[in-house]
Write a protein that binds this ligand. Structure first.
Ligand code: XMP
Length: 566
């Protein structure tokens, strides 16, 4: 469910800003490791990644706070131009090395006529580079270059029809004369700055697109959202036809650049990585392995909370097929012993986090000297850690009392994916030849089946859950729905109910099917799975899985529910 609640772009309070908003399986692993490092008092150096050597070119999005800003960067990158989202007051010294070819000023919740409203730094206009202001960013341009912005008498929110008045503008190449756009603004431009002219209008906005002869443009609407169908073309036109970019941001290019960079950074050093089988840690391990071979050691911890065949499949791919150096630890008993009698979900999470660190450090200390810890940190985490609300720091709080890595391990961080969005990571995975089922794996939470086994976690219940989950996954994949769903899994409740099988009365567990669609796990909608598919899943589960005699379908969305049951 896409939820474009851009109410004048004031961020709606997210329904859930706890650790549970994490979307990738691997975040969990990296969070444990991060906490461990923090507690050990070591601050590993994070090195900035090079983009593309001499040919490097970038579009810089200056962030004024709209919650959809990341979409701008994604759209530009989809056009194969490297793009970074940086705070609106980033100093020029940080931007110059990126070789900027143009600026995009993002939307945001402020009003330019308010006291202390954030504005663009002088270099934006002094550099002579093209500028594209979007919504609030357009008002920033208007105000700073001598126009006038006033509070609108009427808010314009939702779809509007844009009519182009200057078809020759390079921004509009390939566009029809009129097209739908998505508006979300209260303030409006009363008077354009000197030298600007209106290039397009809507019924309520005479200045829906403005521009001057110095390649400074403003859009009153949002080209970055799906509700503006020609938005991608406009952004593409800006980066190619206005900024003159060459378009050298390709995944193949990234892979070769990044391998070179890893070799340079690591030298003769040794790297360890916690492999979870999730997309990010799998891609990071494969990329590093491709670059430095056996200097990489992966530690794969089986916490006894994984799904059926997960361990075997991972070992097959990484050990047998890719020939990686893997230390496999079956720590099932350690984890299950500590989970005995525990029913509180938060307590389960805490125990699993702590135990993970303990096992990891036991294994790592056997390896001898290690120089780097590889992590699958992605660009959204990097951006989030710059802003005030960080899911990572929120999670750290909830896990704060785990122990640290051994003091003698002074590790530097190796984060080759820190400039990538999730979809780019998948592309890297595919480029490196990882199996499709790994590259497109649905997120799986770090605490695994423990939070899908309601109440106490026991070996018996885990086995029942695994069998049911295996059937569900099998049917979802057969129905070709796996990739359309954000997540689909079974939950084993603690409820038992009476049933009848043949001539016998049964008393078995109630299991629930959970299947949701989502963009980012912040909100989710229950998937409208076909009835006959639900019937097949239910039928197979009650017939094939001993211990389950009733299956229900969870038809709640998030919010008010969460995706997981615990
Ligand atoms: P909820 O249940 O909060 O889940 O709607 C949102 C997303 O986060 C995943 N999730 C977790 N991931 N550790 C994780 O690594 C956790 O403790 C955890 N709890 C929830 C969940 O699978 C969904 O993708």
């Amino acid at each position: 469910m896409v939820n474009y609640s851009m109410d004048n772009e004031k961020s709606i309070a997210h329904p859930d800003e706890s650790r549970r908003v994490s979307t990738t399986d691997d975040i969990e692993v990296s969070t444990y490791l991060e906490i461990a490092r923090e507690i050990g008092g070591q601050q590993p150096a994070v090195t900035e990644e090079a983009v593309s050597g001499a040919e490097r070119e970038a579009i810089i999005v200056l962030d004024f706070g709209s919650q959809y800003n990341m979409n701008i960067a994604r759209r530009v990158r989809e056009a194969q131009v490297y793009c970074e989202l940086l705070p609106h007051d980033t100093p020029w010294e940080k931007i110059a090395p990126l070789n900027p070819k143009g600026f995009i000023l993002s939307g945001g919740p402020a009003s330019v006529y308010e006291k202390n409203a954030p504005l663009a730094p002088a270099y934006v206009y002094e550099s002579g580079l093209p500028v594209l202001g979007i919504c609030y960013g357009m008002q920033v341009v208007a105000k700073q270059l001598g126009g006038q912005v006033t509070p609108g008498t009427r808010r314009e929110y939702g779809h509007a029809v844009l009519h182009l008045s200057d078809m020759d503008s390079p921004l509009f190449a390939g566009l029809p004369e009129s097209t739908t756009v998505w508006m979300s603004h209260g303030d409006k431009i009363e008077e354009m700055p000197p030298g600007f002219k209106a290039l397009a209008y809507t019924e309520n906005s005479p200045y829906a697109v403005i521009g001057n002869s110095k390649n400074i443009f403003g859009l009153q609407f949002h080209p970055e959202v799906a509700h503006t169908p020609e938005g991608k073309t406009i952004l593409r036109n800006f980066v190619y036809k206005v900024c003159g970019c060459k378009g050298n941001w390709t995944i193949g290019h990234f892979v070769s650049e990044s391998m070179e960079r890893i070799r340079e950074q690591v030298g003769n050093g040794r790297v360890i990585n916690a492999l979870s089988g999730g997309v990010d840690s799998s891609v990071v391990a494969t990329l590093i392995h491709r670059a430095i071979g056996d200097q990489l050691t992966c530690i794969f911890v089986n916490n006894g909370l994984l799904r059926r065949e997960e361990v075997e499949r991972n070992l097959k791919v990484f050990k047998n097929n890719l020939g990686m150096n893997i230390i496999y630890v079956d720590a099932t008993d350690r984890f299950l012993d500590r989970l005995k009698g525990v029913t509180d979900p938060e307590e389960k999470r805490k125990i699993i986090g702590e135990e993970f660190i303990r096992v990891f450090e036991d294994e790592a200390s056997k390896i001898g000297r290690v120089d780097f810890l590889a992590q699958g940190t992605l660009y959204p985490d990097v951006i989030e850690s710059v802003s005030s609300v960080s899911t990572v720091s929120a999670k750290i709080k909830s896990h704060h009392n785990v122990g640290g890595l051994p003091a003698q391990m002074t590790l530097k961080l190796l984060e080759p994916l820190r400039l990538l969005f999730k979809d780019e990571v998948r592309q890297v995975g595919a480029e490196l030849g990882l199996p499709e089922e790994m590259v497109w794996r649905q997120p799986f939470p770090g605490p695994g089946l423990a939070i899908r086994c309601i109440g106490e976690v026991t070996k018996e219940k885990l086995e029942i859950l695994r069998s049911a989950d295996f059937i569900l996954m099998n049917e979802i994949k057969k129905a070709k729905l796996y990739r359309q769903l954000w997540q689909s899994f079974m939950v084993l409740t603690d409820v038992r109910s009476v049933g009848v099988m043949g001539d016998f009365r049964t008393y078995g567990y109630l299991a629930a099917i959970r299947a949701v669609t989502s963009e980012d796990a912040m909100t989710a909608d229950w998937a409208r799975l076909p009835y006959d598919l639900l019937a097949r899943i239910s039928n197979r589960i009650v017939n094939e899985v001993d211990g389950i005699n009733r299956v229900v379908y969870d038809i709640t969305s998030k919010p008010p529910s969460t995706i997981e049951w615990e």
